[in-house]
Design a protein around this ligand. Structure first.
Ligand SMILES: [Zn+2]
Length: 265
């Protein structure tokens, strides 16, 4: 399996090599580390480099500025991101998008940062790793404004409505599903519509250390989520789509391999 969204630079992971061997033991062969700011993107790349010897080809990363961090966006941070894409472990631009749930950064700067990230992805020919919360209308408007130029994109940690899903799919987007789907209350809507995602558009992620899957029979003491727990997300998806676990694992691995242009093994 491939975990397409891991916040591996988080200080909650104090022993990354154990996290990676746990992942391997649980059949998670590749991980895309999420870049959330210029600095965190740099840190993500360093992790890829540091663990390349011990875990060859396992770590890849995105570079981008999360909408919460959009106030740190500037021409110079954009330049920095562009420079970082020269590293061969970088496989996507993001996470980027709009988050009006908390508005940690103003809407204006979020929109500017988002548009510039899309332009960067077009410029260097990388796919987009997108985030959106409570900002669907503006997000889809911006995405549509790029028309045919829009690079292939994945909406990571999708938690929206049935209509949102249909419109994203209309634009050809891939959909990333996290342990949100395992959450008794919050995941109800997602469980009802997950079968509407064509299997060739589906990807899986833990978004760890966040979103510990609630369907784990025994939760870890510190409640820190890990890529090793991706299986619980896969099981829930399989259950609600009425497909076999093997089918889900196979398809999502194929999709992520092609989308991020990863080496096949
Ligand atoms: Zn996100």
């Amino acid at each position: 399996m491939i975990d397409i969204g891991v916040n591996l630079t988080s200080s909650q992971f104090n022993d990354v090599s154990t996290v990676l061997s746990n992942a391997q033991e649980n059949n998670v062969k590749k991980i895309i580390v999420t870049g959330t700011s210029a600095q965190e993107s740099k840190n993500a790349i360093s992790l890829c480099q540091d663990f390349e010897k011990m875990f060859p080809n396992m770590l890849h990363s995105t570079v981008g500025i999360h909408p919460h961090e959009a106030s740190s966006f500037s021409d110079s941070s954009l330049k920095e991101l562009k420079n970082l894409t020269k590293h061969k472990c970088v496989v996507a631009i993001g996470e980027t998008g709009l988050d009006y749930y908390r508005n940690f950064s103003s809407k204006e700067i979020q929109v500017k940062s988002f548009s510039k990230h899309i332009e960067l992805a077009i410029d260097i020919g990388l796919p987009l790793f997108l985030h959106e919360r409570d900002a669907f209308d503006d997000q889809i408007k911006i995405l549509k404004s790029f028309g045919q130029d829009l690079p292939k994109s994945v909406i990571h940690c999708f938690t929206g409505s049935q209509n949102n899903l249909a419109e994203y799919l209309d634009l050809g987007m891939y959909i990333g599903i996290t342990g949100w789907i395992c959450d008794k209350k919050r995941g109800e809507n997602l469980r009802a519509i997950v079968n509407q995602i064509p299997i060739d558009k589906l990807m899986m992620e833990t978004d760890s250390p966040y979103l510990l899957p609630q369907n784990m029979p025994k939760r870890p003491k510190k409640r820190i989520n890990e890529p090793a727990f991706l299986d619980y997300v896969a099981s829930q998806i399989a259950l609600n789509r009425h497909e076999s676990l093997d089918e889900i694992k196979f398809a999502t691995t194929e999709n992520a391999t092609a989308f991020f242009n990863l080496a096949k093994e």
